[in-house]
Ligand binder design. Structure first.
Ligand code: ASP
Length: 338
């Protein structure tokens, strides 16, 4: 871990890798996370609006992160915030799973100081990388007093999003993120001027599990036309403690999958129904293997949570040893708009 010491008020950058730090590995080779946090900071064209202390946590693509790695990032954030001189934290992170890590931090964040995730769509050695500008805007947001109490945010291409509900909405465009159910929380200009919309302050934080809590297995199983229960059963056989079902529409499956869900629930596995649809809540409406039958089989509707963030909430609750009825209650609360 690299720590550059600073005494006065400052922002901490936790560098974890991702495209913002990536370069081609060799002529014609794929891009890999290579730059340290100091190098990422040095790439900024606009001087940082607050002094920055850099902590290198990982140097890897976010498609490689596990939920355990994400718990480590949460712990590093808490360590950084233990210093009263820290105004806020920026996490530079790959975009692929930023919605997962940012949501896990949001669920467990109990400090008014901002935590801001950012990254890049163009690698550090691209002709015009977007990472340096994203980073300078994220630092401006993390150091700003007016952002206190707004929880965990994603700052990308000048837009500010709440972590809850945020998702990567485009594979290649520079404005890669969207929050279809809640919209943007504000914007930040290239010179660090921040506009925030009125927003909710968030839920009471859940505890962060300690390292000894074990790593429950949570699988994501997709429903599709003609899907049978083979993948769900394979997941059970692999020892799943929890399963997120990516249903169709309002959260539907079919009779065979419903029967397998009922067996899973009877065996003590927690099943959550989410949906592959971009926006809107999971609503248990249909019979014949649809969402109403899934709920009758014991599956918990995810509300507004997409599969990615459902998996994070379920993984956290299982790590905390929450029983099924408590898990249902937390999903009912977190799956609704604030
Ligand atoms: N495309 C990704 C990124 O933006 C790769 C990753 O998630 O690390 O960083």
């Amino acid at each position: 871990m690299t720590v550059t010491d600073l005494r006065g008020p400052h922002v901490v950058l936790l560098a974890t890798g991702g495209t913002i730090s990536s370069r081609a590995s060799q002529a014609g080779g794929g891009a890999v996370a290579s730059d340290t946090g100091d190098q990422v900071v040095a790439s900024m064209v606009t001087p940082a609006s607050h002094p920055v202390r850099v902590v290198d946590v990982f140097r890897k693509g976010s498609y490689l992160l596990t939920v355990d790695d994400m718990v480590v990032i949460c712990a590093r954030i808490k360590e950084a915030l233990a210093d009263p001189q820290v105004l806020g934290v920026v996490v530079s992170h790959g975009t692929d799973t930023m919605e997962e890590t940012a949501y896990l931090v949001d669920l467990t964040h109990d400090d008014p100081r901002p935590v801001v995730f950012t990254g890049a769509q163009q690698a550090a050695d691209a002709e015009s990388p977007d990472g340096p500008d994203n980073l300078s805007r994220a630092i401006a947001v993390a150091g700003s007093a007016e952002v206190r109490g707004r929880g965990v945010l994603v700052v990308f291409a000048g837009r500010i999003f709440r972590a809850a509900g945020v998702r990567k909405g485009h594979t290649t465009r520079l404005d890669a993120f969207a929050n279809p159910d809640f919209g943007t929380a504000g914007s930040v200009s290239g010179t660090g001027d921040i506009r925030l919309q009125e927003g909710p302050s968030g839920y009471e934080a859940l505890p962060l599990p300690d390292g000894g809590a074990g790593s429950p297995r949570v699988d994501l199983v997709a429903v599709h036309p003609g899907a049978d229960s083979a993948l769900l059963r394979a997941s059970l056989q692999a020892g799943a403690d929890g399963i997120v079902l990516q249903g169709t529409g309002t959260g539907n499956a079919n009779k065979e999958i419903c029967a397998a869900v009922a067996e899973a629930v009877a065996a003590g596995v927690v099943v959550v129904t989410s949906t592959r649809v971009e926006a809107g809540p999971v609503v248990p409406v249909y019979g014949d293997g649809g969402g109403a039958d899934l709920r009758a089989a014991g599956a918990i509707p995810s509300g507004l949570l997409r599969p990615s963030q459902s998996l994070i909430l379920l993984s956290l609750l299982l790590r905390l040893g929450a029983p099924g009825d408590r898990i249902a209650e937390v999903f009912a609360r977190h799956g609704k708009p604030l």
